[in-house]
Write a new protein. Structure first.
Length: 241
């Protein structure tokens, strides 16, 4: 095969995203034929030796996509220096190590529900590309009983960090005691966006579960379990330039 930029090869191997690969290159952690590689270097795994922290780069594997029902308290990470539970701990040994699986997107540690894991950098990019505006569906319990004014304000999009937010599909599902359950459909995924918005509106989140990512639904998948996602569920076309 023709030589490719190292960050592209690293992403294609399932090692990490292309952006993370660029960070690894800048940090001097990638070696090309025995020397420290630079951002912009190219290589061919068929004839070049490419290593990360001394480990030989694996050839690209068959694309693999898993849907995991993440429990609360588990980190969306491939490694935690503090030894806290991570999503890879929920997979069999043969999948957790040596396949290059990594989380696609994020759920904060206190949230639960649908999380995709992928071993293919190009597919990860397609699943997270802003041009697709992939819809994500959440079931959220908030404190109190938001009135119609608060719900309409949330649906229009509450600005965060002095930036406008996109509109949200929102409907009330029910209530119990002093809490209300809402369904949110969003195409935006800013850091802790649901929790921060609910706090600003005076109705803090008590439980947050993501139940679908685009057409891929959590369904009856038990918490802490996973399943393979069939190709037809994630057959995505390249974004237009």
């Amino acid at each position: 095969m023709a030589a490719e930029r190292l960050q592209k090869l690293m992403a294609a191997s399932g090692l990490c995203s292309r952006r993370h690969a660029e960070e690894l290159l800048r940090a001097g952690r990638v070696q090309l034929n025995g020397r420290v590689a630079q951002l912009g270097d190219k290589g061919d795994p068929a004839c070049d030796e490419i290593r990360l922290d001394g480990r030989l780069l694996r050839p690209a594997a068959e694309p693999l996509l898993l849907l995991l029902n993440k429990p609360a308290g588990v980190l969306c990470s491939c490694h935690d220096p503090e030894g806290r539970p991570i999503v890879l701990d929920l997979l069999p040994e043969e999948l957790a190590h040596g396949t290059g699986l990594h989380p696609v997107g994020r759920l904060d540690a206190n949230s639960r529900g649908a999380l995709l894991l992928c071993n293919d950098g190009a597919l990860t990019l397609l699943l997270t590309h802003p041009r697709y505006a992939h819809r994500k569906t959440y079931r959220v319990w908030v404190q109190g009983h938001p009135d119609q004014t608060a719900l309409e304000r949330w649906a229009r999009g509450v600005p965060l960090d002095d930036r406008a937010s996109q509109p949200v599909g929102l409907r009330r599902l029910g209530q119990r005691n002093d809490q209300t359950q809402l369904e949110l459909v969003m195409t935006e995924g800013r850091n802790r966006q649901i929790r921060r918005t609910a706090e600003l509106l005076g109705h803090p989140v008590r439980d947050l579960q993501r139940v679908a990512i685009g057409p891929i639904e959590l369904g009856a998948l038990p918490e802490g379990r996973w399943r393979r996602v069939d190709r037809q569920e994630w057959d995505i076309q390249e974004p237009r330039p």
